[in-house]
Design a protein around this ligand. Structure first.
Ligand code: AHG
Ligand code: MN
Ligand code: MN
Length: 334
């Protein structure tokens, strides 16, 4: 590497690219960076300490079992975002209601953050990659007042920044503020994220499909037809494709960014809108995908064009290499 750039330096260098450059986004991203470091150290101890591993016997608003780490990470991000005074409210997968910061710093905060604090919770206890995914919007309500629901129900196209942290064989933070996608790898020995994947671009085509095929019997015929297509032989297009499914959306999509392919969580006869949440899982990933030259769709329209009416609403989600998502869309129209 000719030049070593840390995430902190990168944020300062690039804050001029941000439409409202006043250092606010830098401060906000630094609070996410700090929370990611703390979370990274806790996840590293997951096999050793009882307060990290396992469930807590409660369910979140989605009716899903909450893991100790879900609750820990949720509180960590809320507290670290609140401390920086750039954010007026948070929507989280783990919180039924919006969290509105009514302290002075919060009232004057210009941004809202929508977050899935831990994605892939079911993988915590089996030592498989998990992550955090977030979307950042500029509030639409007046500064100096408490945030309102409309601040959170904005079109995905209004995102000013989005990103994810993946806690894998190494920890990475990948983000966009609308000028491409950059990935930073964490060096835990010095506590610093270094720019390791500048200007990430997803391959236009790929040969990996990623779906929970155990649900095949529940899929609608068009979805089944596309899965069958992925598995059928055609040497000219490199089929059959390889199947890969980690079961942590962030990890599956991270691989898709680097290797190309398509990630799918379709609607089915037992899940009318699939499983993934538009506001804090699909929209941020769609922003990153488009910024890297890929595509994200619900099978009919681009994910970021979907009308949002509920912060916890689900949507079918297909994301990855442009040519593969286009092909999938053809099948779903058919
Ligand atoms: P979360 O852990 O935030 O609830 O999200 C889990 C999601 C996503 O990460 C993953 O891709 C998907 O659930 C896996 O679901 P299935 O087990 O139904 O395939
Ligand atoms: Mn999730
Ligand atoms: Mn989660």
């Amino acid at each position: 590497m000719d030049q070593i750039i840390t995430l902190g330096e990168f944020i300062i260098q690039k804050q001029g690219d941000f439409p409202y450059a006043k250092g606010e986004l830098s401060s906000l991203l630094s609070s996410i960076r700090l929370a990611a470091k703390v979370l990274n150290s806790q996840i590293g101890k997951a096999g050793l300490v009882d307060h990290i591993l396992g469930g807590i016997g409660t369910e979140n608003v989605q009716g899903e079992e909450q893991k100790k780490l879900d609750v820990y990470a949720n509180n960590l991000f809320i507290n670290s975002l609140k401390a920086r005074h750039e954010v007026c409210g948070i929507a989280s997968e783990e919180e039924d209601k919006l969290i509105i910061f009514e302290n002075e710093g919060g009232l004057n905060g210009k941004y809202v953050v929508l977050i899935d604090p831990i994605d892939g919770s079911s993988n915590i206890d089996v030592n498989v990659s998990i992550g955090t995914v977030f979307a950042i919007y500029r509030r639409v309500s007046p500064i100096g007042t408490p945030a309102v629901t409309e601040d959170f129900l904005q079109s995905g196209r209004n995102q000013v920044a989005a990103g994810y942290v993946i806690f894998g064989s190494s920890t990475m933070l990948v983000f966009t503020s609308g000028n491409g996608v950059n990935g930073f790898t964490y060096d835990p020995s010095v506590g610093v994220f270094y720019l390791s994947h500048p200007d990430m671009k997803i391959p236009e085509s790929g040969n990996i499909y990623s779906i929970n095929e155990g649900n095949y019997a529940h899929f609608y015929p068009n979805t089944k037809a596309y899965v069958d297509y992925c598995k059928s032989i055609d040497k000219s297009t490199g089929r059959p494709y390889s199947g890969r499914y980690i079961g942590s959306m962030i990890a599956d999509i991270h691989r898709t960014f680097l290797k190309g392919g398509i990630y799918m969580y379709p609607k089915s006869k037992v899940a009318a809108n699939g499983k993934l949440r538009l506001a804090y899982e699909c929209n941020p990933m769609a922003f990153l995908m488009e910024q890297a030259g890929g595509k994200a769709s619900d099978g009919h329209q681009d994910t970021m064009d979907i009308q949002i009416t509920d912060v916890h609403q689900r949507t079918p989600f297909f994301a990855g290499s442009k040519n593969m998502v286009d092909k999938l869309n053809e099948f779903l129209k058919g």
